[in-house]
Design a protein around this ligand. Structure first.
Ligand SMILES: Cc1ncc(C[n+]2csc(CCOP(=O)(O)OP(=O)(O)O)c2C)c(N)n1
Ligand SMILES: [Mg+2]
Length: 567
């Protein structure tokens, strides 16, 4: 993706008068990261980039976290980016390292998170012979990264790294991949560092857009706001809440962006997700004005494009996005606004609200429907193991507002998203692209970023078994996360689909898991198994009080596939 001239202007270079010592490429790269303010990176080491590892010894301010699998390393970097808004940094080796790490590139692309994946590459002179672990990264990542580059000249490392930072953050944030030939990293050259870069400032809505927005709101009968997408500051979220309160406008979050709007507020009406509240989908259909703020309106958020149909939906649509390329891509909005989330939230909060909006009843009813949906269901008379709805609700009662909840993919997340009330921005680390295994790496990254906050990872047994070895990373790093393994002995989501399409024909969906608590203890973690709902909270408090990485295995009922569906 090209940069605008504005952005290129932002790439400042150090004054030519400065005396520069010759350095090997690996050191130039480590210095370039430091120049961009990198304070942490995630890696699995490889002989292909020893020069960078060596160069990093000169930068004790950069915390090098060694994960045990590159998929986890890259997801840690992506989760770190979700928390900081700055590019997450990951280093892996060529071939096997790069292919493992690709999952994190996919998450960063679909979740719009800034990420830079550095890959140690074979030496330039060996290219095109299919030598040991040789791969073409432009071909491999070309379709999902915003930019892929192989650096051919150590003198251009500062330039390329600076550009990668801008590229990952500008417009719709996403992944950049940089391949580093081994001999480039070893070559000594004399070049100045680049200064820290910042993408060009995004526009604010202009006065004409503000007026049009105001008019649309004033003429609406049944408005509904959808919030989503990346890069929301605390300030923008708070302006948005002020606007929603002043106009008493109902707010739904897009898939796995529930933390953008305090779920306890009277305007919050739920989560546009897989298995969403049918009353919420009905509201979406009935709305006469949809304000889509920050979200790209993907298939899940729009109920497979049935609740909002492209290109011209039945509802009047205002679409606001920080990337102009997302506007008009799929939906033709009546009003499309290219703006930062800070800018649009400030504009919305400044609109003079009517004394009594026409839709008071519409909002109250939508909220009531949401409250009914998240009410604790009674246990089925034949239920065994813990009641997950109750566990999640009780956990929400004891956790602080800034606690971070991480998860991967699986039906267990339906309970988490339905019964946990997210309250603050950047407290939900959840892959909008449904990547199993994401929870533990994301939780580790979160605990390192915010050691003072409680970090809980929910994982299904299938999900957890993708990266159980990252407990070693957590213990090594002193990351006292609490992992809650929801053990139903199966890939429940797939079993659910199987039951619907091929009833009573179980194929490849059972899991014979280990003794999760014993496994966790072998890594040096605190661990307990919980078999009754009432034992959960005391076990959770013991886990937290241990001050160590902790794991609680919850035995859940394999027949309870979702809060509604029982085999
Ligand atoms: C990396 C990855 N592999 C496979 C899938 C397909 N998939 C989605 S959910 C799921 C099962 C999840 O099982 P588990 O974590 O035990 O949760 P449960 O559904 O049982 O609650 C699978 C295999 C996926 N989303 N991601
Ligand atoms: Mg399971």
């Amino acid at each position: 993706m090209g940069l605008t001239s504005e952005e290129i202007k932002n790439i400042a270079s150090v004054s030519a008068q400065q005396t520069i010592a010759p350095r090997p490429g690996g050191r130039i790269l480590a210095d370039a990261l430091a120049a961009q303010g990198v304070d942490r990176l995630f890696c699995v080491p490889g002989e292909s980039y020893l020069d960078v590892l060596d160069g990093l010894l000169e930068h004790p301010e950069i915390h090098v976290v060694v994960a045990k699998h590159e998929g986890a390393a890259c997801e840690m970097a992506e989760a770190d980016a979700k928390l900081t808004g700055r590019p997450g940094i990951c280093f892996v080796t060529r071939g096997p390292g790069a292919t493992h790490a690709s999952v994190g590139v996919h998450v960063a692309a679909q979740d719009s998170s800034p990420l830079i994946l550095f890959i140690g590459q074979i030496a330039r002179k060996e290219r095109y012979r299919e030598v040991f672990q040789e791969m073409d990264y432009r071909a491999m990542f070309g379709a999902c990264a915003k930019w892929v580059v192989e650096i051919d000249d150590p003198a251009r490392i500062p330039e390329h790294v600076a550009r990668a930072f801008v590229c990952a953050m500008e417009g719709r944030p996403g992944p950049v991949v940089i391949a580093l030939p081994e001999d480039v990293l070893g070559e000594i050259c004399t070049v100045a560092d680049a200064g820290p870069v910042r993408p060009a400032r995004l526009p604010d809505p202009d006065p004409a857009q503000r007026d049009a927005l105001h008019r649309l709101l004033q003429s609406a009968q049944r408005p509904l706001m959808i919030v989503g997408g990346p890069d929301w500051s605390d300030h923008a979220c708070s302006d948005l809440a002020d606007f929603a309160a002043a106009w008493n406008i109902p707010v739904a979050s897009s898939f796995r962006r529930q933390d953008l709007f305090d779920n306890r507020l009277p305007q919050y009406i739920g989560h546009l997700s897989l298995g969403m509240n049918p009353a919420l989908s009905a509201r979406m259909r009935q709305a006469d004005l949809v304000l889509a703020i920050g979200t790209r309106l993907n298939d899940i958020t729009t109920g497979s494009y049935k609740l909002l149909t492209p290109p011209t939906p039945a509802q009047r649509l205002v679409h606001v996005h920080r990337a102009s390329s997302e506007l008009g891509k799929l939906f033709h909005a009546e009003l499309a606004i290219h703006a930062s989330m800070d800018g649009i939230a400030r504009t919305l909060a400044s609109l003079p609200a009517p004394a009594t909006p026409a839709w008071a009843e519409w909002t109250t009813t939508a909220r009531r429907e949401h409250e009914t949906f998240v009410q604790l269901p009674g246990s089925h008379p034949e239920q065994i193991g813990v009641n997950l709805a109750e566990v999640v609700t009780r956990l929400g009662d004891v956790l602080e507002d800034d606690a971070i909840i991480a998860n991967g993919a699986g039906n267990y997340t339906v309970w988490v998203h339905r019964y946990y009330q997210y309250r603050r921005p950047r407290t939900e680390l959840a892959p909008t692209c449904g990547t199993m295994g994401y929870g533990l790496p994301a939780a580790v990254a979160a605990k390192l970023r915010h050691p003072e906050r409680t970090v809980v990872c929910f994982a299904g047994d299938g999900c957890f078994l993708m990266y159980p070895q990252e407990l070693a990373t957590a213990v090594e790093q002193g990351a006292a996360v609490v992992v809650i393994v929801v053990n139903n002995g199966m890939y429940g989501t797939i079993r659910m689909h199987q039951e619907k399409r091929f009833p009573n024909r179980i194929s490849a969906t059972a899991i014979q898991g280990p003794d999760f608590a014993a496994l966790a203890r072998s890594f040096g973690a605190f661990a307990e198994k919980v078999e009754r709902t009432e034992d959960f909270l005391p076990a959770f408090e013991r886990a937290r009080a241990s001050g160590r990485t902790a794991l609680l295995e919850l035995a859940t009922d394999p027949r309870q596939l979702t809060p509604q569906m029982r085999i």
